[in-house]
Design a protein around this ligand. Structure first.
Ligand code: KIV
Ligand code: NA
Length: 263
């Protein structure tokens, strides 16, 4: 497979073709994910929960993400490698720039940052310096304590308008990709159609340009309450490589997510 780049994702968007994304944290799984044809790998700060056992992503440090990015970078194959800026990396533009530099040095090809329209300056400066940015909107797990829990965002018209406006502002500032987490499928569709950049969804309905899940959830290694948008692809196969392939094929064919996975 040819290496996936930002241009590949843009071409998918313009062709109306979907793409699949999955989190990855180490070399062995990264290799298996790449072999399944999954276009984007994310070293997510979800590692705080699935690897470190915390109940939120807030304890995750820049060093943690850099370590796992280095683990994945050598095994990512043709997939595009994105890494998360951790909690408070967005405190100032200078901090965002420095932290993004560390992630890129560790092997990231794009950074993802959570926040709203107020991040426009930071995103503009990162983009100017050659760092492609994905802006993560909707349910932003780093603000879980402010949000009062992991809840669907944008069910009411006012918040939905705000998420759309934030997305437009951040794309104008330079964001190359938008990620929407836990928003109604109707809002996922509106934002995807309104923007000229690829939109990746998790719990954002079937109409976003790309889909992403946490690797552990795809493999059924989910403890506690399983979110509605998750699907255990191991239930339909008996090996891990097969589960990744099935996930990729179901996203490409728009069989996943189904209505039962959407809000
Ligand atoms: O950290 C993560 O894994 C994420 C995805 C769930 C989008 O941000
Ligand atoms: Na994350």
């Amino acid at each position: 497979m040819k290496s996936v780049t930002l241009s590949t994702l843009q071409a998918y968007k313009h062709a109306g073709e979907t793409f699949s994304c999955l989190t990855a944290y180490d070399a062995s799984f990264a290799r298996t994910i790449a072999e399944a044809g999954i276009e984007v790998m994310l070293v997510g700060d979800s590692l705080g929960m699935v690897l470190q056992g915390h109940t939120s992503t807030l304890p995750v440090t820049l060093d943690d993400i850099c370590y796992h990015t280095r683990c994945v970078a050598g095994a990512k194959g043709a997939s595009l490698l994105m890494a998360d800026l951790p909690f408070m990396s967005n405190a100032t533009t200078e901090r965002m720039l420095n932290d993004a530099a560390e992630l890129m040095r560790a092997g990231a090809e794009m950074v993802k940052v959570e926040g709203e329209a107020w991040m426009a300056d930071g995103i503009r400066e990162m983009t100017r310096r050659g760092v492609p940015v994905c802006a993560h909107l909707g349910l932003t797990p780093q603000t879980v304590y402010q949000l009062g829990g992991y809840k669907v965002q944008g069910r009411d018209a006012e918040r939905a308008e705000q998420i759309l406006a934030d997305a437009r502002t951040l794309v104008d500032a330079g964001a190359s990709v938008i990620l929407l987490e836990c928003v109604p499928a109707s809002l996922g569709k509106i934002i995807t159609e309104a923007l000229d950049v690829p939109v990746i969804g998790i719990g954002a309905g079937p109409d976003t340009d790309g889909q992403i899940l946490v690797m552990h959830d795809v493999l059924g290694v989910t403890h506690g309450r399983t979110p509605r948008f998750v699907k255990n692809f191991m239930a339909e196969t008996d090996d891990i490589a097969g589960a990744f392939r099935r996930y990729h094929e179901d996203v490409k064919a728009r069989r996943f997510p189904a209505e039962e996975h959407s809000f």
